[in-house]
Design a protein around this ligand. Sequence first.
Ligand SMILES: Cc1cc2nc3c(=O)[nH]c(=O)nc-3n(C[C@H](O)[C@H](O)[C@H](O)COP(=O)(O)OP(=O)(O)OC[C@H]3O[C@@H](n4cnc5c(N)ncnc54)[C@H](O)[C@@H]3O)c2cc1C
Length: 365
Amino acid sequence: MAAFDIIVAGAGPAGAAAARALALCAPELRVAVIAPDASCIAGDARRGRGEVLSPLLQPVLRQLGLWQGFLAQGFAPSHRTLVSWEESGLRSSEWLLMARGPSWRVPRAGFDDWLSSEACGAASRIDARVAGLARKADGWSVDCDDGGRHSARLIIDASGRGRALADRLARRARTRDRLIAAYAEATMSGPAAPELLVEACEDGWWYTLALDDGRRAFACMTDADLAHDLGLNTADGWRAALAKTQFVSAIAGKIVAIDAPRLVAAGTRAAAATVGFRFLCAGDAASAFDPVSGHGVVKAMRSGAFAGYAASDCLARGDAAALDRYGAFVAREAAAYMTTLSEHYQSVSRWAERPFWRRRRAGTC
Ligand SMILES: Cc1cc2nc3c(=O)[nH]c(=O)nc-3n(C[C@H](O)[C@H](O)[C@H](O)COP(=O)(O)OP(=O)(O)OC[C@H]3O[C@@H](n4cnc5c(N)ncnc54)[C@H](O)[C@@H]3O)c2cc1C
């Protein structure tokens, strides 16, 4: 008999939401969350992965009974985003009239740590990385990098873009574009607009926002080959690209010290959310959205929660079709996102001959 009913690999937003949903709707199931302890992950790897959470976070957290706990953390609400996109001017996109309230500026490591400790409390926590997978008669056996081996009737892979288990089973996720972030954090000489500022430029787009520790994040988003040609992994190349922006470079005038730029994969990826017998993917492991959507974390939490509900319907209520329904939901969500993403990029007619924009207009990223 398997030691656990469900193993969740990963304790990011998707894995934490899956564990929480399972604890709420099927507390009788034995759930293990396998993920490396946050203190073992290099600080750099936890930065530059999204510091602005969409207003749609609220209904997801309410559904998981975590909204009051989130508010108690004192994260900063953000009532507008500044955008230069279709046209050269800067406009303000206000969240004030949104029924769901503001967006939120969070230190990502702090938010992820809070979420995982609140949401995974009812599960058995195993501090390790999953490293291998084998099919058994009644489910799966998972090998970990600490030498441990754990069995479960059902797996939820929530290990992010790395798809630590799913890639061992299925075709790799389909990469729709080669978007990459050249990300750097800076110490500033004085205050500047704290909210998110997004600015399109000839080779892609930039974002900048204030971080909670008084520093500021800057990222140039472009395609991997263009990043290479522009030398965005070097301080000189990155600064030269920054100098071509209008609004981001005005804020960057207050930089007194800046870290070396770091390249982070950020492209759209899609894969099947159900992979064989009782195996689900959630969050970025199922589909990874372009950061321009601003929905990565909320989408990951929603799919994690839905994967948890599907797993409990399957194991606790004998509803085997629940897993396919979950897979169909993720596929529909990804298709709707692709349409919106394409419209969003096609709304920019400036720089029509530059490769970044030409690829997006032609749908050949
Ligand atoms: C440059 C950039 C900017 C972004 N900006 C935003 C933004 O502003 N707003 C937003 O909402 N989203 C943003 N995103 C997207 C967002 O970061 C992701 O969509 C979100 O983190 C996905 O959550 P997840 O739980 O699926 O994966 P992750 O957050 O990647 O979590 C994966 C978890 O799995 C664990 N793990 C990894 N490998 C293993 C293994 N072998 N065994 C066990 N555990 C493992 C990790 O330690 C981690 O706990 C951005 C992304 C990028 C790249």
